[in-house]
Design a protein around this ligand. Structure first.
Ligand SMILES: C[S@@+](CC[C@H](N)C(=O)[O-])C[C@H]1O[C@@H](n2cnc3c(N)ncnc32)[C@H](O)[C@@H]1O
Length: 218
């Protein structure tokens, strides 16, 4: 059952605020980092360049989007800027200081406090499929079976062919391609601290073109 921390309310449009970083974002990020350093595994929120590179990979803007590990909302903001209404984003975050910052910054966000590895039960109430999953989770810190379990659970909630978009600071994917999983390094972003990559995972559908395989990085 989905436990939302914030629901849609009658608030004024926030078009003027999209793309603007709150002045206290770095302090809020530091509070989350101190609370749970291993879960955060970054010194700064993603840059605008990284956040936009991730959001631009969301196809269309007609379905709900699931964000895993939104932190202080750097990528959430880019998803909204990309055209996905705030109320159509479901976000799972486990870190209390980040929950507080997100609730304030995005009052319409469907924010769930919890562990992304439990996403099946956390978003289980809805049968609707997501148009994309956007993940800031430090997958690389987890054992391989947990990384796979998170990606598999997310792909099961996606529309056919829809992307699982993952940030990474490494040139190798957190999970290698397999007969059922396509993996593509979509972007390299220099203007981020540290510079990073955007990876896209997709469930391999029957009849997928062989050309798609050539992009796989094992
Ligand atoms: C590297 S930070 C990314 C924050 C933000 N997406 C950005 O790009 O600035 C990793 C985020 O994942 C969250 N996180 C880590 N493990 C998690 C888990 N198991 N469930 C939910 N959130 C998690 C952390 O609390 C943090 O917000």
């Amino acid at each position: 059952m989905m436990r939302l921390l914030s629901e849609a309310t009658a608030l004024p449009p926030r078009a003027d605020r999209i793309g603007a970083r709150p002045p206290n974002e770095k302090a809020a990020f530091l509070r989350g980092l101190i609370a749970r350093p291993l879960d955060v595994s970054a010194l700064m929120p993603s840059s605008k360049h990284m956040a936009r590179a991730m959001a631009e990979l969301i196809p269309g803007n007609d379905g709900p989007v699931l964000e895993l590990g939104p932190g202080t909302g750097a990528v959430t903001d880019a998803i909204i800027e990309h055209g996905v209404p705030e109320g159509r984003i479901v976000a799972i975050e486990c870190n209390r200081p980040f929950i507080a910052a997100l609730t304030k910054r995005f009052p319409r966000l469907k924010l769930i406090e919890g562990d992304a590895s439990q996403m099946a039960s956390l978003v289980g109430g809805s049968r609707e499929r997501f148009s994309a999953v956007v993940s800031g989770l430090p997958l690389i810190n987890l054992p391989m079976h947990k990384r796979r379990a998170i990606i598999d659970a997310a792909l099961a909630r996606l529309k056919p062919g829809a992307p699982f978009i993952q940030i990474s600071y490494r040139g190798r994917p957190a999970v290698p391609a397999s007969p059922t999983l396509s993996v593509t390094r979509a972007r390299r972003i220099w203007r981020n601290l540290p510079p990073g990559y955007v990876w896209v995972y997709r469930r391999r559908e029957p009849g997928m073109m062989p050309a798609d395989r050539s992009e796989d990085i094992p």
